[in-house]
Write a protein that binds this ligand. Structure first.
Ligand SMILES: CC(C)(COP(=O)(O)OP(=O)(O)OC[C@H]1O[C@@H](n2cnc3c(N)ncnc32)[C@H](O)[C@@H]1OP(=O)(O)O)[C@@H](O)C(=O)NCCC(=O)NCCS
Length: 147
């Protein structure tokens, strides 16, 4: 499996449209067109995806804190359970370690068992329960990994 990692600002038009489509198909609250446009103007968004763009993950990097914040990860329904989620995170962390990043964090809805299982499998630990984190009132685990 070849996973490509690049700045969101450098992603070509077709790939960006595929990322947006996957985001809309998989998330109840996908980013708006405006959010994608604004993120494309910022060099610190890094996206990892496969050739067919059936999965991707998106990080916001904070170089000063040596921190990679996982904002989104998704795998299309038909490709789930085949190790793609793990592979996306593995590829990202290999690159981040080389670049000197030391830590990654994320928020995940407490009822999202597949995502929590993936994160724990990859070494993330729950560090905080954030009540009513989401706009719909759902709680979130804050999870962290030292790279
Ligand atoms: C969460 C998600 C990205 C996982 O991707 P995936 O490619 O299916 O995950 P993988 O096949 O790499 O599985 C990795 C590990 O997660 C666990 N896992 C994955 N799906 C699971 C499920 N449905 N139930 C329980 N554990 C699961 C397994 O432990 C697995 O490790 P193992 O096979 O070595 O035991 C995918 O389910 C998804 O896109 N969900 C919708 C979007 C989403 O909720 N994103 C997270 C928002 S915070």
């Amino acid at each position: 499996m070849i996973i490509k990692g690049q700045k969101l600002s450098e992603v070509d038009h077709k790939t960006l449209e595929n990322l947006k489509a996957l985001d809309r198909a998989q998330f109840p609250f996908p980013w708006s067109e405006k959010s994608w446009e604004q993120a494309q103007l910022v060099d610190e968004y890094i996206v990892f995806y496969n050739v067919d763009v059936t999965c991707f993950c998106l990080f916001l990097m904070s170089p000063l804190e040596k921190l990679a914040h996982l904002l989104k990860i998704t795998v299309s329904q038909s490709d789930r359970g085949k190790g793609l989620g793990k592979e996306l995170l593995r590829s990202a962390f290999v690159q981040f370690r080389v670049q000197g990043f030391e830590r990654s964090i994320l928020e995940v809805e407490t009822l999202n068992a597949p995502a929590i299982a993936l994160y724990e499998r990859c070494g993330f630990k729950k560090i905080h329960l954030h009540k009513k984190f989401y706009s719909n009132g759902a709680d979130a685990h804050i999870m962290e990994i030292y790279l």
